[in-house]
Write a protein that binds this ligand. Structure first.
Ligand code: ADP
Length: 281
């Protein structure tokens, strides 16, 4: 099992399978397009920068060129999110302590959430390690925090919790493709508006958004889905309108000891410069 769609609890296995296959198919299509777009945008940005550095000092032309380049940068950022969704990003997996990842991004998340939202970290001691790309996990946390912030315009609380979990055979039998085993759970829970039942089954599809034009491209959760899949894990959500949302990510526990570990401060510093899959927060 690679993806666990928790919102499908209660739905038939056939229905779960159909949704998983739909995401697979969209992922292949999106990945192909994003791959080509990536090349085209590299060319546009490359030549655009050369032209920008050579134009005569004409303020209007410079301004127009700047607008063009900014639009191309934005398109490149969207394309990178699509590449994340379709799992075409280059991975740098290593043994990761999720607690260290959370601690590393905490200051940045608090800034992102603003003063009205309390950020709480409930990190299990002696947490198992996972094999994943810490940069991608940080990006996913940013995606989830941005959504939580948007769902709590009047303030609230965002809790990030970690725990060791065993998903047993009975549990796996109810969730399509879930393999029983030891996992590390990362739960990101907010006290926001919650999600309408009709939206739950579309949440991880690219371009699904309920935000006004300009505020959301609908790629944050799609990118998160791809990141979790690429790490061999599962992502799901529990939510009811008016009762907040809780995103749960399960990553297979790696048994080997951590070598080198994650250096939170360094990673956090590098993160803002390198948000490969993340929208402009
Ligand atoms: P975007 O944020 O650009 O809309 P996402 O893929 O990140 O794209 O999210 C898709 C949609 O899922 C959002 O538009 C919103 O309707 C819903 N959503 C995601 N996270 C939450 C949350 N924590 N609370 C309420 N709704 C959420």
């Amino acid at each position: 099992m690679e993806v666990f769609l928790r919102q499908q609890t209660g739905k038939s296995l056939e229905e779960q399978l159909r949704q998983t296959q739909t995401l697979e198919a969209i992922g292949r299509l999106a990945g192909g397009i994003a791959h080509d777009f990536n090349h085209l945008l590299t060319v546009i940005l490359g030549y655009g920068s050369v032209v920008a550095s050579r134009v005569a000092p004409d303020p209007e032309t410079s301004r127009n060129l700047e607008e063009m380049l900014q639009a191309a940068e934005r398109a490149a950022a969207l394309t990178r999110q699509l590449l994340c969704f379709s799992r075409k990003q280059a991975l740098q997996p290593r043994l990761v302590d999720l607690n260290a990842v959370v601690r590393g991004v905490e200051p940045m998340l608090q800034r992102l959430l603003g003063e009205e939202v309390e950020l709480r970290a409930e990190l299990a001691p002696r947490l198992g390690r996972v094999l994943a790309d810490p940069g991608q996990l940080e990006q996913m946390l940013v995606e989830l925090a941005v959504n939580a912030r948007d769902a709590m315009p009047g303030g609230g609380r965002l809790t990030i919790a970690t725990a060791d979990r065993e998903l047993d055979a009975a549990y796996a039998a109810e969730h399509v493709e879930v393999q029983p085993g030891h996992y590390v759970e990362l739960a990101v829970t907010d006290t926001g508006t919650g999600i309408e039942p009709g939206a739950l089954s579309h949440l991880f599809e690219p371009f699904f958004t309920t935000k006004e034009t300009g505020n959301g491209a609908g790629l944050g959760l799609a990118a998160s889905y791809g990141i979790v899949r690429q790490s061999g894990g599962h992502i799901g959500v529990d939510s009811e309108p008016g009762r907040g949302a809780s995103f749960k990510i399960y990553l297979p526990r790696a048994e080997a000891p951590v070598r080198g570990g994650v250096r939170p401060a360094r990673r956090a510093a590098a993160l803002s410069a390198r948000l490969r899959c993340v929208r402009d927060a």
